[in-house]
Unconditional design. Structure first.
Length: 109
């Protein structure tokens, strides 16, 4: 091959995690994927998945609709702890793109 003017450039090896992350950014999928990762983290850290009837994540604000006022009141007093736990869970999630926005506050309805 080198006789006819073609050269294959060597590149550094890139890990699959990096390739997937770059693909997600290139295809502009990170916003939707981040939203799903935030919702999954909420279900995991709050323990209120079965009472959660709706979720919305926009502009760093996670809004959660709950079917139980008792659960809502209990979670209301734990918002700071939940926010910290959400941040920790998302920091450990390799598919969450922190550049796309993190959870800054939680609104319970």
């Amino acid at each position: 091959m080198s006789g006819d003017g073609y050269r294959i450039a060597r590149k550094e090896a890139v890990g699959m995690e990096s390739i997937i992350r770059d693909y997600i950014r290139e295809m502009k999928l990170s916003q939707g994927l981040n939203r799903q990762r935030v919702f999954a983290a909420w279900d995991e850290v709050s323990g209120a998945a079965r009472f959660t009837i709706g979720k919305e994540f926009q502009g760093g604000v996670l809004t959660v609709w709950l079917s139980s006022s008792v659960v809502r009141d209990q979670l209301y007093f734990q918002r700071d702890t939940l926010l910290s736990m959400l941040s920790d869970a998302l920091a450990q999630d390799p598919l969450f793109d922190a550049a796309g926005g993190s959870v800054k506050s939680i609104v319970l309805r």
